[in-house]
Design a binder for this molecule. Structure first.
Ligand code: NAD
Length: 498
């Protein structure tokens, strides 16, 4: 059995805990490797190596750090196919989608290549007599990232891409379900010229997360995963004096106004609801058609669209989506489908019981469609994270607006319409963090910023963009006086500028 080791201080670290997690190939259902779970002592070793490396790294001029980011970006491009195949083999998403996962992370690295410009401070000459004021952004020290299984390339790069470029060193605790790509990213970063210890990967489960949350040398923690754990990470990390941003779950809605281009909507919904087997925090699992005519027409077209979908192994180029990540997750999705039926929603297409010939042990589930979903249903209020689309009918624009706004999650939302004024009003009023207008998956580009509202995010800074630079740096403001001539009198009152 292949073991996946930690990557600490520039080399493999063989763990000693005797605790492991199984890493499956979701297409075959077989265990292909096991990943080591760190002890507290191993986490401490990694943090101390990172703290040592950070001193020299922070004093490396930003342009030299940026050149390493440029070389890392080139290496990612050179290794795209290898990384995508590795990612698909552990996650289950199809290879084209894995390339998208890597590409979206790579775009954050491109943004980080501009770090010399992004770190420039402010300067005021002559704020008083002989007085100048200036500010600088300094790294925090050792920072950590804890990531989910569903984007094992993009989300680590959201975090460490900005953290290391700004002069921090980084401990990455990736998902134990698909840990190989994060290790390869750290190896490639070193190959690009990063000093040992700047980017470390330490594997584990709750134990490793707790070791991060309680380690006194870790100054900030970025987390992405499910909401209850995000809340736990946020409250524990901040209680221990750390800066924390913790992104949680989602239940994104797509609002369809009667004037929308339904041909395009059906194509967009199909990719956004079923792509990556619905295992995206920016998937669109709820559609809200406005008016009976829109709803009936949409439902009919969605049924025939779903019939054209192909579910296949992750390296089948014809497959629209692959297996889900584990058999437990497949069973959880199936139990939500049953819950919907029991709650009285109409199951129009049932994806349960799907089996792929020759891969009967793979973690596959077919696409499902519900109609007549009501806002009180538990299967609507909770995140399913699978290939299940729920139709929640609305009579009016106002009613449609309330559903995403009143939902416990507020990650993303999309509106489909030809009416610019309605779209503008919707974007302004909806209580959700990221809005798409005729864009089904509105994941912002790397130089903007990613983050939801309500139970989709705890903490107040987003991922990447300028928000990321702010999260991983602290600002220092210097007031300098160079008096000339006679000694000035003592000042016993707070100094003010006259
Ligand atoms: P998860 O919450 O199970 O795991 C996330 C991380 O937390 C992993 O590294 C895991 O090892 C760790 N962890 C697991 N159990 C823990 C515990 N009890 N205590 C402390 N740490 C623990 O999430 P997942 O299943 O890997 O990912 C799917 C979830 O992530 C979905 O809810 C999805 O919506 C969410 N997600 C959110 C965003 C976003 O930006 N808002 C992006 C991607 C995924």
């Amino acid at each position: 059995m292949r073991d996946i080791h930690h990557f600490v201080n520039g080399k493999s670290l063989i763990g000693t805990s005797g605790r492991f997690g199984d890493v499956f190939n979701p297409s075959t259902g077989e265990i292909q490797a096991r990943v080591q779970f760190a002890t507290d002592a191993e986490m401490d070793l990694a943090v101390r190596a990172a703290a040592k490396a950070q001193i020299g790294w922070a004093s490396t001029n930003p342009q030299r750090r940026a050149r390493i980011m440029f070389d890392f970006k080139r290496l990612l491009e050179d290794h795209m196919t290898e990384l995508a195949e590795l990612l698909s083999s552990e996650h289950g998403k199809v290879i084209a989608d894995s390339k998208g996962d890597i590409q979206r992370g790579l775009e954050v690295i491109e943004f980080a290549c501009g770090i010399p410009h992004l770190l420039k401070g402010e300067y005021t000459e002559g704020a008083g007599p002989g007085i100048d004021v200036y500010s600088m952004r300094q790294p925090l020290g050792v920072v950590a990232g804890i990531t989910p299984f569903n984007f094992p390339a993009m989300i680590p790069m959201w975090m460490f891409g900005i953290a290391v470029a700004t002069g921090n060193s980084f401990i990455l605790k990736p998902s134990e379900r698909d840990p190989s790509v994060p290790v390869r990213l750290a190896q490639l970063f070193m190959e690009a010229g990063a000093p040992a210890g700047v980017l470390n990967v330490v594997h584990g489960d709750k134990g490793a997360v707790d070791a991060i949350l309680h380690h006194p040398l870790i100054k900030a923690v970025s987390f992405v995963g499910s909401s209850d754990i995000a809340q736990y990470v946020y409250s524990t990390g901040t209680a221990n004096g750390k800066r924390v941003q913790a992104m949680g779950g989602a239940k994104n809605h797509g609002i369809i106004l009667p004037d929308a281009d339904l041909d395009q909507v059906v194509k967009d919904l199909s990719g956004a609801a079923f792509g990556s087997a619905g295992e995206r925090c920016m998937a669109l699992p709820v559609v809200v058609p406005v008016g009976k005519k829109t709803a009936d027409e949409l439902r009919e077209r969605m049924v025939s669209e779903i019939q054209s979908l192909q579910v296949g192994v992750s390296n089948d180029p014809a497959a629209h989506y692959g297996p889900v990540v584990s058999s437990a997750h497949r069973d959880k999705i199936a139990s939500y489908i049953q819950m919907g039926v029991d709650e009285g929603a109409e199951l129009v297409v049932d994806g349960r019981g799907f089996s792929l010939q020759g891969f009967e042990k793979g973690f596959f589930i077919g696409p499902s469609l519900f109609d007549q979903v009501k806002p009180t249903m538990q299967s609507y209020r909770e995140e399913i994270f699978g290939p299940v689309l729920q139709i929640l009918r609305a009579e009016t624009f106002e009613e449609a607006l309330t559903y995403p706004s009143d939902h416990q999650y507020g990650n993303g939302v999309a509106i489909f319409t030809r009416n610019g004024r309605a779209a503008r009003e919707f974007a302004a009023r909806v209580d959700v963090g990221m809005v798409g207008i005729n864009v089904p998956i509105p994941v912002p580009v790397a130089y903007h910023t990613f983050g939801g509202w309500k139970r989709s995010a705890f903490g107040d800074t987003n991922q990447h963009g300028i928000e990321g630079v702010k999260f991983y740096t602290k600002i220092k403001t210097i007031t300098a006086r160079w008096p000339e001539g006679a000694v000035e009198d003592s000042a016993f009152v707070i100094p003010t500028m006259k």
